[in-house]
Design a protein around this ligand. Structure first.
Ligand code: VOV
Length: 249
């Protein structure tokens, strides 16, 4: 058996995607819509405060295309807290106008491939914000997709030796580092939690950076040989006023 990679976990993550039933929303009276928006804003304000106080991570995004209209990203210390935040939303009157096309449960994961020798990861002050991300500090565009490392014939990531994986991840990290300041990544592990092995959440000022980075990584062996990818979701952060404007008829 190959040696499993040691990982450090941070907050659990729920990517909660919603589509809006525009037909029902338009058919609702102005009063019902106003109540729904009030409840929606009370919900987002509460979780935005947690993000500011660093007791949880929270962000709201509008999503491009048919796959979803809205994305609520929650980071919390337990799965039950995440489930509570999901149910709390479902109980708002605004939720009556939404459906859930997709969601993803995972946990922030840092692997030990490239960790500094002689420093315990818990003692590295740079690690805490990576384990417990504050989403209000992120760049405005978001890209989320789940992924696996291939387990097929000779291309089986999990049968590689630790040395081979370290070598390959070094090259992955070198490409990633070229995008420092332009793309921020949050890697969440989801083996045993959801349908894929990792969630990849990227943030950038310019969505073109997502294409450049993901395309460049496709030529790197870790992605070219071992990467398998799910559905991509791309969108833009919204504050409370922008969220209300987005829903205003
Ligand atoms: C923004 C750029 C960027 C940078 C700097 C970066 C660096 C690094 C480092 C240094 C490390 C290892 C240590 C750690 O921190 O865990 C990782 C780890 C990981 N990555 Fe990465 N990655 C980036 C970006 C980045 C992207 C765009 C993707 C998606 C791949 C693609 O082709 O679409 C990705 C995936 C991953 C995964 C799934 C893991 C865990 C692999 C495992 O087997 O455990 N990653 N990554």
């Amino acid at each position: 058996m190959s040696e499993p990679t040691q990982t450090i976990e941070g907050w659990y993550a729920l990517h909660d995607f919603r589509t809006i039933d525009w037909h029902a929303w338009k058919a609702a009276s102005e009063e019902i819509r106003a109540d729904a928006l009030r409840e929606l804003t009370a919900y987002t304000e509460k979780y935005r405060a947690d993000d500011q106080n660093r007791t949880g991570g929270f962000g709201v995004y509008t999503i491009a295309g048919h796959k979803a209209d809205l994305l609520f990203v929650h980071f919390r210390s337990t799965v039950s807290d995440l489930m509570d935040s999901e149910t709390e939303f479902d109980k708002t009157s605004f939720a009556t106008f939404t459906k859930k096309p997709y969601s993803y449960l995972s946990i922030v994961e840092l692997s030990s491939y490239l960790s500094k020798p002689d420093i315990a990861p818990e003692d590295d002050p740079q690690l805490l914000p990576r384990l417990r991300p504050q989403l209000s500090e992120m760049m405005p565009h978001i890209c989320f997709y789940p992924m696996n490392k291939r387990r097929s014939g000779n291309d089986n990531w999990f049968m590689l030796s630790m040395e081979e994986r370290v070598q390959l991840m070094r090259s992955h990290g070198m490409i990633g580092r070229k995008y420092a300041g332009r793309v921020t990544q949050i890697i969440t592990g989801s083996a045993g939690l959801d349908d894929w092995e990792w969630g990849v959440t990227l943030y950038a000022n310019d969505p073109l950076e997502f294409k450049k980075l993901v395309y460049e990584m496709r030529f790197d062996e870790v992605s070219a040989r071992y990467g398998e990818f799910g559905v991509f979701y791309v969108g833009h952060v919204v504050n409370d006023q922008e969220l209300v404007d987005f829903l205003q008829l």
